[in-house]
Design a protein around this ligand. Sequence first.
Ligand code: ADP
Length: 381
Amino acid sequence: MKFFYSDTFRLGILGGGQLGRMLLQEAANYDVRSAVLDPAADAPCSAICHEFTHGSFQDYDTVLAFGEGKDVITVEIEHVNTTALEALENNGVAVYPKPSFLRMVQDKGLQKEFYRANGIPTSPFQLVENRSELEVLNHPLPFVLKSRKGGYDGKGVQIIRSQEDLKSAFEGPCIVEELVPFEKELSVIIARNKQGETSIFPLVEMEFNPEANLVEFLFSPAEVNTQVELEAQAIARRIVEAADFVGLLAIELFLTHEGALLVNEMAPRPHNSGHHTIEACTTSQYEQHLRAILSLPLGSTSLIQPAVMINLLGAAGHEGAVHYKGLSEALQMPGVHLHIYGKPHTKPFRKMGHVTVTDNNLQAAQQRARTLLQLIKVESC
Ligand code: ADP
């Protein structure tokens, strides 16, 4: 039997961005040899993996060739070629998450149908093939329109409030969803291994910038009552058990004003809402992902200290070789943990790094995070 720490063992990762890079940092602790596939030659993983393949993770032949001979394959992005992954699975390669699950999450319409079929609470929806079907549907305003495929970071989501908005509605297959007047957006991350063991991280709360409509802070623990925390855990368990899921799954939720939870969407990989677990939890989401896909026992998810995470986004109007301002001042503050992803070029709103602030007092961490948001600038030289 080949052990995960043997020099012939290979973990293949589709995608070489920051999530893959933080996974590699944990893989190094377990002495797991890694191979990464990414379309960018200078991807954040390229300099720190054992083997780097420059190529498309959406291309059948590239994924098949990359996967052959690997012991375990995983992803740091869900938009990958699942047909090639299925072929690899049939050839005996362990692929986690399963290709069938990846195919389902790639399509927001299939995700919604999965929730409906398994009694998972989600906002009411209908599927449309194109804009003319949308017009015929004549859904009461306002509503949310989402492209079934390819959306991320809010791209692919439109809030339709008027007949005027309808004119610029997306063209292709979409879901039409009721607009949820939520009180909070929350995220819960669950891991499950092949043996069926599950483990859940404490709920995370997202705070939005009302002007930019971008997530500004993520904090843990979320300020919700125990009932909500338990309900989120029950939903997470129901999803992974219904799908016989193996790996790490992040589930984004709306908390309504009535205290109900609705699943918005999910991502079967380490997630932006779990970065803080590196410093704030006994086991990080990256280590937990590794443990789950290597069929190892899962670690404790207990919170060591409350934490607030801010993304370091490229400043508006700056494009080119990156220059970070304010880092020295930031690092003088207590509980500041800096992560720079190693992307040589910045673009407006590109995720270039993050900072986690830990403190025994969540409000103090929030205040410090607000200061850091003003202090650190991601600009071009
Ligand atoms: P993406 O996959 O691009 O992140 P999401 O489905 O998460 O897209 O939607 C992006 C944001 O749009 C959510 O975080 C939420 O703020 C808002 N949103 C999405 N769906 C709804 C909805 N049904 N009601 C209200 N707001 C929504």
